[in-house]
Design a protein around this ligand. Structure first.
Ligand code: NAI
Ligand code: MG
Length: 456
């Protein structure tokens, strides 16, 4: 029996598409097809694989507007962000295409012969993507996996299958072999779980909640699957009193409101040195209020709606009626899953201060000195990202090294670039995506020793 996913525009609550869901049987068939395609793909000359991936990048580039508007409609992303996202897919495909012919092995000095290593593809890789950045995250797993010689089966999130399906169509337009990059929209516990359990899938790349990531990691143990996990965060934005406070305050809203806070890197714990606390809040208030919230189709819009009613209920659960609100922005009335930007006084022990909200909500906490800033920053089971603002370069380096997180930004908030590694410490994840080693995460190292002894 086949069911359908209703795709809802979160800015209007209109159903914009319905998409059949993959069954366990569909997963079986997709894995079988992927094995055939992978064998053909990895047998192609490296230069030919690189050329096909570059062509895929070109076709994505030609359809950038279409992809961006799909992301606006199915995920409620402001169009300016969505355009960046489509460009990010193109750029990453290009970047990874450049790696195909650079997947070098090593020659290691040993006695009695020659020792070589080969970076071989794993086989079939499953990418399980979330709804918050449907298009880029799908590409972060898929592009390097394909470049390293694997086949990919992508399962998009229930809420956001449309850009993924379109990317699969564009891959065929670019003449990637049939079955090499398949997209199976479906439910996590059905299609997702079937991929995780399938003995023919060599690796799972998962981005989503820490709870599901933990379960996937445990289930991967059944077949000793490789796994990359990009999970939650509660990332700090540390503002020292010697910082450019104007700049720190002007950029702090974007750092927790971008994508309506549905960002695993959201800097949602703003830690401010006590001597600058009042001044910083004075500057923060107008900056939060200035963020334009509304129709994602308008190029000037900075913040759209949350993804779903369920997500809005979840987010509002973190802000009870008696919450210590310091700043509150505005949000449109009427249809759409809107939620205003909200800054709360941080209170250790409270859910909004301790847990990932995944909405436009930040807490502010004061600290006395550098040591306390580091202690507060590290007082979380997560460790994805952190920003710090100071004019003291030595301190910037000290604190960058002391904060246990994968992605630090000094006097900035930018975290994710396709050319630099991305991933989390502790319960924010396992493994790294992107960057110079992106392809290596999709290979096995084979060691071959060749004796140089004379043969009789
Ligand atoms: P989720 O973790 O359930 O969903 C992410 C992906 O995993 C989706 O494709 C889903 O279909 C799949 N999935 C779910 N259960 C699965 C299973 N048993 N086996 C295999 N795949 C499975 O996230 P959800 O429920 O959509 O969001 C809940 C919360 O998770 C959010 O409020 C947020 O806090 C967090 N989250 C964090 C993300 C991040 O980037 N760090 C992304 C999405 C959600
Ligand atoms: Mg879930």
């Amino acid at each position: 029996m086949e069911s359908e996913l209703q795709v809802v525009n979160p800015a209007t609550e209109e159903v914009i598409a319905s998409v059949p869901t993959a069954t366990r049987r569909d997963v079986e068939e997709a894995v079988a097809r992927a094995h055939g395609a992978q064998a053909r793909w990895s047998a192609l000359a490296p230069a030919e694989r690189a050329r096909l991936l570059r062509r895929f990048a070109t076709v994505v580039d030609e359809h950038r507007e279409e992809l961006a508007w799909l992301e606006v409609r199915e995920a409620g992303h402001p169009v300016t962000n969505a355009r960046w996202e489509a460009g990010n897919v193109r750029d990453l495909l290009d970047y990874c295409a450049g790696g195909v012919e650079r997947l070098n092995g090593a020659q290691i000095p040993v006695a009695g012969g020659v020792d070589l290593t080969f970076a071989e593809p794993l086989g079939v890789v499953a990418v399980i993507a979330p709804w918050n950045f449907p298009m880029p995250v799908a590409a972060w797993g898929s592009a390097p996996a394909l470049a390293a010689g694997n086949a990919v089966i992508l399962k998009p999130a229930e809420q956001t299958p449309l850009t993924a399906l379109r990317l699969a169509g564009l891959a065929r337009e670019a003449e990637l072999p049939e079955g090499l990059f398949q997209v199976l929209p479906g439910e996590g516990p059905v299609a997702g779980a079937a991929l995780v359990e399938h003995p023919g899938v060599a690796k799972v790349v998962f981005t989503g909640s820490t709870a599901v990531g933990r379960e996937i990691m445990a289930r991967c143990a059944g077949t000793v699957k490789r796994v990359t996990l990009e999970l939650g965060g509660k990332s700090p934005n540390i503002v020292f009193a010697d910082a450019d406070l104007e700049r720190a305050a002007a950029t702090a809203p974007g750092a927790f409101l971008d994508n309506t806070g549905q960002d695993c890197c959201a800097r949602s714990r703003i830690l401010v040195q006590r001597t600058a606390y009042d001044r910083f809040l004075e500057l923060l208030e107008p900056a939060v209020r200035a963020v334009s919230v509304g129709d994602p189709a308008q190029p000037a819009t900075a913040m759209g709606p949350l993804i779903s009613r369920a997500q809005r209920d979840r987010v509002s659960g973190f802000v009870p009626a008696d919450a210590p609100v310091l700043i509150r922005g505005t949000a449109p009335e009427g249809p759409g899953f809107w939620y205003p930007a909200t800054v709360l006084e941080g209170r250790p022990g409270e859910p909004a201060t301790e847990q990932e909200v995944f909405g436009p909500v930040a807490v502010v906490l004061p600290f006395e000195d550098e040591a306390e800033a580091v202690t507060l920053a590290n007082a979380t089971p997560y460790g994805l990202a952190a920003s710090l603002w100071t004019r003291d370069t030595a301190r910037a380096l000290r604190v960058s090294r002391a904060v246990r997180a994968g992605n630090l930004s000094v006097n900035s908030h930018s975290a994710v670039r396709y050319a630099t590694p991305f991933g989390g410490y502790q319960q924010s994840g396992l493994g790294r995506e992107l960057g110079p080693d992106a392809l290596a995460a999709f290979t096995e190292t084979k060691n071959v020793f060749i004796s140089t002894e004379e043969q009789q």
